[in-house]
Design a protein around this ligand. Structure first.
Ligand code: AMP
Length: 280
């Protein structure tokens, strides 16, 4: 596995591979890798001749400085996992390499950012769009892989790829949420939970599964009310939002029961913010 820090070298190397007729699968990450990330690498390896991962903790997508500063880093362990999963190239740029100057671009997401993460983390998706468009421009992959765990991010990336970088012709691929044995969605931030909060955090997926199983008996509004109540009785976890949105418009919907909606949740466990979602 090649470890490349320079964007010029990465772009050049990948361009030559592509010129020889090889397909390129790309998995952008912020590192502190876990089995969720590795599942994306495995999909990329299966579908493509060459798999490229990137590790870059993107400062412009953090709306809280403390979240950026405490974001876990484990480069050596990450390299080992990537290599074992069959990754061919890992691109690890510095901040200067990605942002030689301030990125002032403001993206329009056609309303997809109006609720949930977009509402609660102002500027977050603009930062995601800045870094993803820059990485896409460097790597120019055949396919790029993203997790359903970040449901709203996936929809926004599909939109910006189509709207701002249609010429690159990148196919956006989505992969299922990978969970811990107790149901907690894997996340780099999980490693910041102390033992007590880590145990309690399984409540998030437990509640999602519980109400997923009641979608034929309850209305969307009833599910939202009951989930709010469940969290108000939990002294370890603070609910930031639970919303049921249409899969396409990402706007709140009452239509559940046929898989066209998704219930999305954000919860604070101490100072660690966790998200998850499930189809309705
Ligand atoms: P991150 O490093 O958190 O920016 O995540 C990089 C990619 O991994 C994103 O496309 C995420 O959606 C995906 N990802 C993160 N956690 C999981 C998970 N538990 N299951 C599947 N994909 C995930």
């Amino acid at each position: 596995m090649q470890i490349i820090k320079s964007k010029a070298l990465a772009a050049d190397y990948i361009r030559k591979q592509k010129a020889s007729g090889k397909s390129i699968g790309f998995v952008p990450t912020m590192g502190a890798l876990h089995e969720g990330h590795i599942s994306l690498i495995q999909c990329a390896v299966k579908d493509n001749d060459i798999t490229v991962a990137s590790i870059f903790v993107n400062p412009t997508q953090f709306n809280k400085k403390s979240d950026f500063e405490t974001y876990p880093i484990s480069l050596e362990a990450d390299f080992k996992m990537l290599k074992e999963a069959g990754c061919d190239i890992v691109f690890v740029p510095s901040e200067k390499e990605i942002y030689p100057e301030k990125d002032n671009r403001q993206f329009n997401f056609n309303g997809l950012d109006k609720f949930m993460e977009g509402e609660h983390r102002p500027g977050h998706f603009n930062g995601v769009a800045q870094v993803v468009t820059k990485l896409f421009d460097i790597v120019r992959p055949t396919r790029a892989y993203f997790g359903q765990k970040d449901f709203q991010q996936l929809a926004i990336i599909r939109y910006i790829t189509k709207t701002y970088q249609a010429d690159l012709n990148i196919e956006i691929m989505s992969c299922d949420i990978v969970r811990e044995p107790d149901g907690l969605a894997m996340s780099s931030r999980n490693r910041r939970l102390n033992d007590e909060l880590r145990r309690e955090a399984s409540f998030i997926s437990e509640i999602l599964f519980k109400y997923h199983n009641k979608q034929n008996e309850l209305t969307a509004q009833e599910i939202k009310n009951q989930i709010k109540k469940e969290f108000s009785n939990n002294k370890y976890l603070e609910l930031e939002y639970f919303e049921i949105v249409d899969n396409i418009s990402l706007r709140p919907t009452d239509k559940i029961g046929n898989g066209t909606a998704t219930g999305c949740i954000a919860v604070h466990a101490g100072d660690v913010r966790l998200i998850d979602n499930i189809r309705f």
